[in-house]
Design a protein around this ligand. Structure first.
Ligand code: ADP
Length: 268
């Protein structure tokens, strides 16, 4: 009986968090210790961001949160349930645009629905809904080569949404776009992702662009030091849409810069 109780405790933690990383340690196979005791807790409807000096471990942390890398200590929980491997409930979007060039926009978006064996008619209807949500209504029959980089990134987002995940992990999703296109997508992305049309509950964005992070996030986790921990957890309460040319916005940027010192190597 006690074994069963212990097993239950191992798999679930009782919390209201959608995504939680608790006590994460991680060392790459070459012996480089990236994290020591990283803790992140995200409630429903949170757009979170992870920032930190280059090479500190932001992408590694996203992969741990998605179940793609297994921590040496600590656990990641999705709605209280321990994540042991990648799940269709958590989707990771990389900076490189990943549309299938031989498929039209709608065929791309229908892909995850076909994998789930959703009947064709329903898959088409859902794909159209997500294409409309990302602003691509009327472009559904174009092939990726006929679209701009921004449109392709929107197709990739619509396709990820069509999988109807609970959590979206985004690694520098605007990095490969020209600045005007990136700004257009940034202005839309919050409303797209947290639209009542999507079942998404939490977004985690990794970015090196502080202005972008303050523009988008509700909560910002700053990683620093070697091995890295969360050195600051900052809530952004500036009303949306946020204007970077305000004192409030600049004050927030200053608050974040304070924590972005060169990483200090921890010694015992
Ligand atoms: P960031 O996203 O903050 O730039 P990364 O998560 O990509 O940082 O990398 C964190 C650290 O781990 C870096 O020092 C990087 O060189 C190292 N690293 C990344 N991938 C590997 C790997 N497969 N093996 C060993 N070290 C790695």
């Amino acid at each position: 009986m006690s074994d069963l109780l212990d097993a239950g405790r191992e798999k679930h933690n009782n919390s209201n968090y959608i995504l939680e990383a608790s006590g994460i340690d991680f060392t790459y196979s070459n012996g480089y210790k990236v994290f020591e005791n990283v803790n992140i807790q995200l409630i429903e409807n949170t757009f979170a961001a992870i920032i930190g000096p280059s090479g500190i471990g932001k992408s590694t942390l996203l992969r741990i949160l998605g179940g793609f890398l297994k921590p040496d200590a600590g656990s990641v929980y999705l709605k209280g349930k321990k994540i042991q491997k990648p799940t269709s409930d958590i989707i990771l979007i990389h900076q490189s645009i990943v549309t299938f060039p031989w498929m039209t926009a709608i065929e791309n978006v229908m892909m995850p629905l076909k994998v789930k064996k959703v009947p064709n008619e329903i898959a088409e209807e859902k794909a159209m809904k997500y294409l409309e949500l990302v602003g691509l209504q009327g472009f559904e029959n174009l092939y990726p080569k006929e679209m701009s980089g921004g449109m392709r990134q929107r197709v990739a987002i619509a396709r990820a949404l069509a999988a109807e995940p609970t959590v979206f992990l985004m690694d520098e999703p605007f990095a490969h776009l020209d600045e005007l296109t990136a700004e257009g997508l940034r202005q839309d992305i919050y409303n797209i992702l947290f639209s009542p049309e999507t079942p998404l509950k939490v977004v985690v964005l990794v970015s090196h662009n502080l202005t972008e992070v303050v523009e988008l996030a509700d909560q910002i986790f700053v990683l620093n030091n070697i091995p890295a921990t969360v050195v600051a957890n900052v809530s952004v309460t500036i009303p949306r849409p946020r204007n970077p040319r305000t004192d409030e916005f600049n004050q927030m940027l200053d608050n974040l810069y304070i924590h972005l010192t060169p990483p200090r190597v921890k010694t015992r």
